[in-house]
Design a protein around this ligand. Structure first.
Ligand code: TXA
Ligand code: MG
Length: 334
């Protein structure tokens, strides 16, 4: 079914609950675009079987259509209708779904997801989110829902409904407000090829996956840093997570006029009384830092400093995903 884009009108926000779920399902059935919370970041949902809805979604985000979308489903059985699982993929799904893990798998012959959503690839990225509202919507809708992060393409991902509103109000049909998300960085993406490959570090730490598999995850050849062509994770454009301000990594002293994204209890030379400072985690907890990352980047960006200096964050656990997003935020701005 074709639907008119909600251009110019403010998008309604409904608090999470039965009425919001019903409204979300109705809008999705009509080809509408609905932002809803997942445990990682807010997603922008559209009916994955409806090419017109998917075309509107690319348009609303300003996202290039060669960058394929993740299909979210309610459970493993639904995932198996659209993708083929080998033994490793099954083990990963059983261990970590629902949760912040996306698997890239070969599509089934009768995969109902529109080709536009997978950018013509033979593979499909699938995830079963654990957030109760996402699960209720997926179970009630009973069809796969494509759900990229609910931000304008190139902006940092939204971790609150207000972030979604500031990027997409007037461009989408409904925002379901479930409060701040728990994880704060996007899902970990594993390609289930001959050997499992880490395509994007994310909300499920690599260590947990490797411990379960009893082996190391492969790295994508040449990294996923390229800004051109069709890398293995085509969306991993180098400057994907950029705030407006320049981002300076591994700062050990603050330069005049910079804002500071801190980590840990230490003080930083160069900080002045009027410096904008936000601390990702004063107690050096990387999970807390991940949950704060995108919101703090947005807040510091809004302060208008020309540069956000970032203190080093350790690579352990969710630190790998945090550092990945920070490097992308810094690309092209240094
Ligand atoms: O946590 C998340 O994954 C969030 C929540 C909303 O579910 N979604 C999310 O979607 O981060 P998005 O569209 O912002 O990122 C999806 C990534 C992109 O980098 C895309 O290129 C990659 O997944 N991707 C999608 N299909 C793929 C495929 N068949 N092969 C390789 N990479 C794929
Ligand atoms: Mg995104």
């Amino acid at each position: 079914m074709q639907k008119q884009v909600n251009v110019g009108l403010k998008t309604p926000i409904l608090p999470a609950g039965e009425a919001a779920v019903a409204a979300a399902v109705r809008a999705l059935s009509e080809g509408g675009l609905v932002a809803f919370p997942t445990e990682t970041v807010y997603g922008l949902g559209a009916d994955a079987t409806n090419p017109a809805a998917i075309a509107r979604l690319y348009q609303a985000k300003g996202r290039p259509a060669f960058n394929p979308l993740i299909a979210t489903v309610g459970d493993l059985a639904a995932a198996q209708r659209i993708a083929r699982f080998d033994a490793t993929a099954l083990a990963l799904a059983r261990a970590f779904w629902p949760g912040p893990l996306t698997l890239v798998l070969p599509k089934t012959g009768d995969c109902a997801v529109a080709d536009l959503a997978t950018a013509g690839l033979e593979t499909i990225a699938i995830r079963v989110p654990s957030h109760p509202i996402a699960r209720e919507i997926l179970h009630a809708f009973a069809r796969p829902v494509v759900a990229p992060s609910a931000n304008l393409s190139g902006h940092v991902s939204p971790t609150t409904a207000v972030h979604v509103q500031s990027d997409l109000s007037g461009r989408i049909d409904l925002i379901v407000d479930g409060g701040a998300v728990a994880v704060g960085v996007e899902s970990t993406i594993v390609g289930c090829f001959e050997a499992p490959m880490l395509l994007r570090p994310g909300g499920l730490p690599r260590e947990q996956i490797e411990r379960m598999l009893g082996r190391a995850l492969l790295q994508p050849p040449g990294g996923a840093e390229s800004d051109s062509g069709q890398p293995l994770a085509p969306g991993m454009l180098a400057s994907h997570y950029a705030p407006r301000a320049k981002v300076r990594l591994n700062a050990s002293r603050l330069e005049p006029g910079e804002a500071l994204l801190a980590f840990g209890p230490g003080m930083m030379p160069g900080v002045e009384a009027d410096t904008a400072v936000m601390n990702l985690s004063a107690r050096s907890n990387v999970a807390e830092a991940a949950a704060n990352l995108f919101g703090y980047l947005r807040t510091l960006d809004a302060h208008g400093a020309h540069t956000i200096a970032v203190m080093p964050v350790p690579e352990r656990g969710l630190g790998e995903a945090i550092n990945d997003r920070l490097r992308r935020a810094a690309v092209g701005r240094e």
